[in-house]
Design a protein around this ligand. Structure first.
Ligand code: TYD
Ligand code: MG
Length: 459
C-alpha cells in the first residue's frame, strides 16, 4: 500500500513545505499555503505508468552538441482557423502544450470543439465537464460532424493517456485541467497538487509522443489562471480568451509563447452557429450612423500588431449630486480621471461639475495609450455639444501637461485609417519623423497641445 503523506503547498508559486507557513519564503506572498494529501506511488505503481520515462520508447536523452540537432524538420500543424494559427505563430508545434484560460461561458469549449471539427486529422477531445450527448449537441450546432474526432469523457489522467496512446491523435484537447485527477494523488480534483501533477503528466506525454495538447484552464476571480503559477511555467503557450459576455466579440490573446510572438491576437464573433473569425475588426467596431452626434470620436488603436479603428463615446452631463460621477466601460477609470484633470487644468474646461460617462464600442477593453486623443476629443465634443465629423480619427497619447505625445507604429495606424476611407487623422507633431505623408490620401494633421486640438476641432 502506498504511503500517505501531507504537505503544505503555496498556491501562488507551488513551493511545498512540511509545515504551514504564513509567508511563503519563495514568493513572499502571505497566507497562500494549503494542506494537500499526497500519496507517493510505490515502486511498482511507478513502474506501471504507461508513459513513464524509463519505459518510453526513446530512452533517456543524452547531451547533444547544438549543431547536431536538426531544426526545421518539425512541421507545424496548421488549423482551419486563421486567427488561431496567427495567435500560435503559425499552427501547432508538435509536442507543445497550450494552456487556454478564460471566464466561464466565454466560449473556450466552443472554440476548441470547433477547431477539432475542422481539422482533417484524428483529434481526441477529452472532457471532464460535459457528457458525450452534451458535446454531440454542441458539435451539431457547430457544423458537420467529423468522423476522426473522438470524444472521451474521462477525468483520470492515467486512463486518458492510455486511451490517447491507442488513438494516437494528431491533436489532443483536455477540457479542463481542474477536472482531471491523477490516481497517484489523493487530494481533490482542482487542488494545487492535482493540477500540478496532471499538467506534468500531460506535458511529459506530449513531449514523448509529439502530440500537441491543448489544456483548458479555469480562471480565478482576479482573472488569472486558477491553480499554481507553476502551471504557466510548465506549458509552452498560454492563451487568454476574453471579451464581454454581453457583446459578441471575443479576443484570443497570447500571454506566453515559446514558439512565436506574444503581440499577436485573434478576434472572433460569437454567433448562433459558433465562433466566426473576424479578419477585419475595424469595420465591425465602427458604428454605422448617418448623422454626426456629439460625444463620439474614432481612435486608430493597435491591438497587438493589428491596427483597429474603435469608436469612443463620451457623455458629459451636469451633475445632479454634489460629487460628480465618473464611469468608464472598456477603459481604465484612473486614466479617465487623469485625462479629465488635464482638460480642466490645461484646457480650462469645466469638467469638475459634470458627470462623465465613457464607453468603448464593442465591449472591447483598450490599453493602448494612443486612444487618449480620441477620448479627450469625445469628452470635449460632448461638453461643447458640437459633433466631430465622422471621417476624422485620432491617434496620440496625452501627457500630464496637456502635450500630445508620439505613439508607436503610427504609419500602420494611418494606413488603416486611409484604407477605411477616413479623410483626416490627428497625430502628435512629435510623430512625424520619417513619415512620408504623400503616400497617403488621408490628410494628416499634427498637433502638439490640447489647446491646439480644441481650436482645430471646434473653432
Ligand atoms: P462555452 O464554450 O461552453 O464556454 P466555456 O467553455 O468557456 O465555459 O460557451 C458557452 C456560451 O457560448 C454559451 O453562453 C452560449 C454560447 N454559444 C453560442 O452563442 N453559439 C454556439 O454555437 C455555441 C456552441 C455556444
Ligand atoms: Mg467549457
Amino acid at each position: 500500500m502506498a504511503k500517505v503523506k501531507t504537505v503544505f503547498i503555496c498556491t501562488n508559486c507551488g513551493v511545498n513545505s512540511p509545515k504551514w507557513v504564513g509567508k511563503c519564503p519563495s514568493c513572499e506572498e502571505w497566507n497562500t499555503y494549503v494542506e494537500e494529501v499526497i500519496t507517493k506511488p510505490t515502486k511498482q505503481e511507478e513502474k506501471s505508468r504507461a508513459w513513464n520515462h524509463d519505459s518510453g520508447s526513446k530512452g533517456s536523452p543524452r547531451p547533444i552538441p547544438l549543431p547536431e540537432i536538426k531544426a526545421g524538420t518539425t512541421q507545424r500543424i496548421v488549423t482551419d482557423d486563421g486567427e488561431f494559427n496567427r495567435v500560435l505563430g503559425g499552427g501547432f508545434v508538435p509536442g507543445s502544450v497550450i494552456l487556454i484560460g478564460g471566464a466561464p461561458g466565454i466560449g473556450k469549449s466552443t472554440l476548441l470543439l470547433q477547431l477539432a471539427l475542422n481539422l482533417s486529422g484524428t483529434i481526441l477531445y477529452c472532457s471532464g465537464e460535459e457528457s458525450e450527448e452534451q458535446i454531440k449537441l454542441r458539435a451539431d450546432r457547430l457544423g458537420p460532424n467529423q468522423p476522426n474526432c473522438y470524444i472521451l469523457t474521462e477525468t483520470n489522467t492515467s486512463k486518458i493517456l492510455t486511451h490517447a496512446q491507442q488513438v494516437a491523435p494528431q491533436l489532443m484537447i483536455v477540457d479542463s485541467i481542474q477536472t482531471l485527477s491523477s490516481p497517484y494523488i489523493e487530494s481533490a480534483p482542482g487542488s494545487v497538487s492535482q493540477v500540478r501533477e496532471c499538467a506534468a503528466d500531460l506535458q511529459r506525454f506530449a513531449k514523448e509522443t509529439n502530440i500537441p495538447i491543448v489544456i483548458i484552464g479555469h480562471i480565478t476571480k482576479e482573472g488569472s489562471i486558477a491553480g499554481p503559477k507553476l502551471l504557466e511555467h510548465i506549458v509552452d503557450v498560454v492563451l487568454q480568451f476574453e471579451g464581454d459576455r454581453n457583446y459578441s466579440y471575443r479576443i484570443l490573446r497570447t500571454i506566453k509563447n515559446r514558439f512565436g510572438s506574444t503581440d499577436e491576437l485573434g478576434i472572433y464573433e460569437m454567433q448562433a452557429s459558433g465562433l466566426r473569425e473576424v479578419s477585419n475588426p475595424s469595420e465591425l467596431l465602427l458604428s454605422q450612423k448617418d448623422e454626426d452626434l456629439s460625444g463620439s470620436a474614432v481612435s486608430a488603436t493597435m491591438e497587438g500588431l493589428r491596427p483597429m479603428l474603435i469608436e469612443v463615446q463620451a457623455l458629459v452631463a451636469t451633475a445632479v449630486y454634489g460629487t460628480p460621477q465618473r464611469t468608464a466601460t472598456g477603459f481604465d477609470l484612473r486614466r479617465l480621471s487623469m485625462l479629465l484633470a488635464v482638460l480642466e487644468k490645461r484646457g480650462g474646461l469645466p469638467f469638475g461639475q459634470n458627470d462623465v460617462f465613457l464607453n468603448i464600442a464593442g465591449g472591447i477593453r483598450v490599453d493602448d495609450p494612443a486612444i487618449d486623443l480620441a477620448i479627450v476629443s469625445a469628452l470635449m465634443s460632448s461638453l461643447e455639444d458640437i459633433a466631430i465629423p465622422t471621417d476624422i480619427c485620432f491617434a496620440g497619447e496625452v501627457g500630464l501637461s496637456g502635450e500630445i505625445r508620439a505613439v508607436n507604429r503610427v504609419e500602420q495606424r494611418i494606413q488603416e485609417a486611409d484604407r477605411l476611407g477616413f479623410k483626416e487623422i490627428f497625430i502628435s507633431k512629435y510623430n512625424t519623423k520619417g513619415l512620408d505623408t504623400k503616400r497617403y490620401q488621408i490628410k494628416i494633421t499634427t498637433i502638439g497641445k490640447i489647446e491646439e486640438l480644441y481650436r482645430a476641432l471646434f473653432e
